[in-house]
Design a binder for this molecule. Structure first.
Ligand code: PLP
Length: 232
């Protein structure tokens, strides 16, 4: 089977999983955007994805993302930065991404805005909220209590557009429970920020639960591209 056929088959499977989860909760599948996570995979795969109708791709490491965006400048893709963001890389990331999904602390806002001012259009930002217990190790994301302060900083920065929330279900916990908490956090958040209605949640293993909870974006890597080399 060619790489193209393999990716096409996997894409069809993932799209039907999304459609199935939407039909469970009577959502229109058109409300859920598929972001294919291309980290560790070559530009040739990104080109196949674009050719197969994928509109959104996600990367989580600055150097790899920057190189791929440059090599794919001819493709009509929306690039999502989904990884942990260092403040000294934030301005650069803002200059080539269309969506930054991992805004989890106020310190990132000024450099993101500085990078975003070089762009023709505002940078779409999602606040990453942590679903981990407060003392968890390697915790990524803001505490739910910090979201209002973070949202205010994004709104005041200029050049940034607050779009919504992003979360990752903790390893080792039932995603139904984790996304249940996320649904309540989002409901609270929407009362103060009704226009920030995007919700990026769900990956290869838990996208159905995320879609049933109201995700507007799912970030799917291995179910479409295969297993990644081990992260060092
Ligand atoms: C790698 C990654 C994904 C994709 O994970 P899969 O399990 O391969 O679908 C989604 N979200 C984030 C933040 C990631 O880093």
């Amino acid at each position: 089977m060619s790489r193209r056929d393999e990716i096409a088959d996997n894409l069809a499977t993932v799209r039907s999983r999304i459609a199935g989860a939407c039909s469970d909760v009577r959502r229109d599948p058109g409300e859920v955007r598929l972001v294919v996570v291309t980290k560790f995979f070559p530009v040739s795969d990104v080109r196949l994805l674009a050719d197969l109708g994928v509109t959104d791709v996600g990367e989580n490491r600055h150097q790899e993302a920057q190189a791929k965006v440059a090599e794919c400048a001819d493709l009509p893709l929306t690039w999502h930065f989904i990884g942990a963001l260092q403040s000294n890389k934030a301005a650069a990331v803002a200059s080539y991404s269309q969506v930054v999904e991992a805004v989890d602390r106020v310190k990132l806002v000024a450099p993101l805005a500085r990078g975003a001012r070089e762009r023709a259009t505002p940078l779409d930002c999602l606040l990453q909220v942590s679903l981990d217990p407060p003392q968890a190790r390697g915790r990524a994301g803001a505490d739910p209590e910090q979201l209002d302060e973070l949202a205010a900083a994004v709104a005041e920065a200029g050049a940034l557009r607050l779009r919504g929330l992003m979360a990752v279900a903790p390893l080792g916990e039932d995603p139904v429970a984790a996304f249940g908490r996320l649904g309540r956090i989002r409901q609270d958040f929407l009362t103060g920020h009704p226009a920030a209605s995007w919700l990026s949640a769900g990956m290869s293993g838990d996208l159905e639960q995320a879609v049933r909870t109201g995700a507007t974006h799912v970030r799917v890597g291995s179910a479409i591209l295969g297993s990644r080399p081990r992260v060092k």
